[in-house]
Design a protein around this ligand. Structure first.
Ligand SMILES: Nc1nc2c(ncn2[C@@H]2O[C@H](COP(=O)(O)OP(=O)(O)O)[C@@H](O)[C@H]2O)c(=O)[nH]1
Ligand SMILES: [Mg+2]
Length: 259
């Protein structure tokens, strides 16, 4: 088998979940393309393959189906990690995670890892606003102007968005997210003392500036390594079983071709 086709089989599945417009597609786009676009279509590829060391991670986007309440139980089936995404400026987006999306994770792996991610932190947090990676071709003129203003400031202004005249109050605090993580563990019947701690699994990100985006994905990839190892072992074992079945002439296909 050519090396390239060997590389394409995913070892593990990571799923982005959350209400429409919270920025799931933008987060994936920022991570994979290092870019942010103001308008981006979700419709298209359902998942993206990322090579992580010797492993292949598939990262699943909703392809816009969350808009029509159309995410079935298949979406999270076999997921090793789920990124539960909300918008820090929209309280309802956190409530929706609990009301509509958490139950979709029932089909995820029993040892699935959950990250709670508050996106659009640039709208409320100076630090996130300033963490613009190298400016990309899609940056608008007004954004460039705002970056100039900010870089000219000796100390960051208290409210980054007030520069554009628009303010977005932070509707979801980090404490809200930590509390939600605790409720996820209870919903899953997991013991808080042996589970990954909330402080480690709750992130605030900005797909727009790149703030915390690499940190989020890469922390998750490291955490799902044990799942990847297990899946590889399972695959190897099932290959051995198949060979045994063939040798003994067992299995439906074996019998029908013999007789
Ligand atoms: N300011 C800001 N806007 C964002 C951010 N992420 C996404 N958006 C915008 O929010 C809207 C919805 O983003 P999208 O990625 O399509 O959300 P999805 O429906 O969850 O996939 C788009 O207009 C994006 O440009 C962010 O981190 N900061
Ligand atoms: Mg989308």
């Amino acid at each position: 088998m050519p090396e390239s086709s060997k590389m394409r089989k995913p070892d593990v599945k990571v799923v982005l979940l959350g209400d429409t417009n919270v920025g799931k597609t933008s987060l994936l786009h920022r991570y994979t393309e290092r870019k942010f676009k103001d308008t981006i279509s979700t419709v298209g590829g359902a998942f993206f393959l990322k090579q992580w060391g010797p492993y292949n991670v598939s990262i699943w986007d909703t392809a816009g189906r969350e808009q029509f309440h159309g995410l079935g139980s298949m979406y999270c089936r076999g997921a090793a990690a789920v990124i539960l995404t909300y918008d820090v400026t929209n309280w309802q987006s956190l409530a929706e995670l609990e009301e509509r999306f958490l139950s979709l994770t029932d089909t995820a792996n029993h040892d699935c890892i959950y990250a709670v991610v508050g996106n659009k932190a640039d709208l409320t947090d100076t630090k996130a606003y300033l963490s613009q990676e190298t400016p990309d071709a899609n940056q608008t003129e007004s954004e460039e102007h705002r970056s100039d203003v900010l870089s000219a400031c000796p100390t960051p202004p208290a409210s980054p968005v007030s520069i554009s005249g628009v303010t977005f109050p932070k509707q979801v605090t980090r404490e809200d997210a930590l509390a939600f993580y605790g409720r996820i563990l209870r919903y899953k019947g997991s013991d808080e003392r042996t589970s990954l701690p909330a402080e480690k699994m709750c992130f605030e990100t900005s797909a727009k500036t790149g703030y915390n985006v690499d940190a989020l994905f890469e922390a998750l990839f490291d955490l799902v390594l044990p799942s990847m190892l297990r899946k590889r072992n399972e695959n190897q074992q099932s290959a051995t079983v198949d060979l045994e079945v063939c040798r003994k002439g067992g299995g439906k296909r074996g019998r029908s071709t013999c007789c």
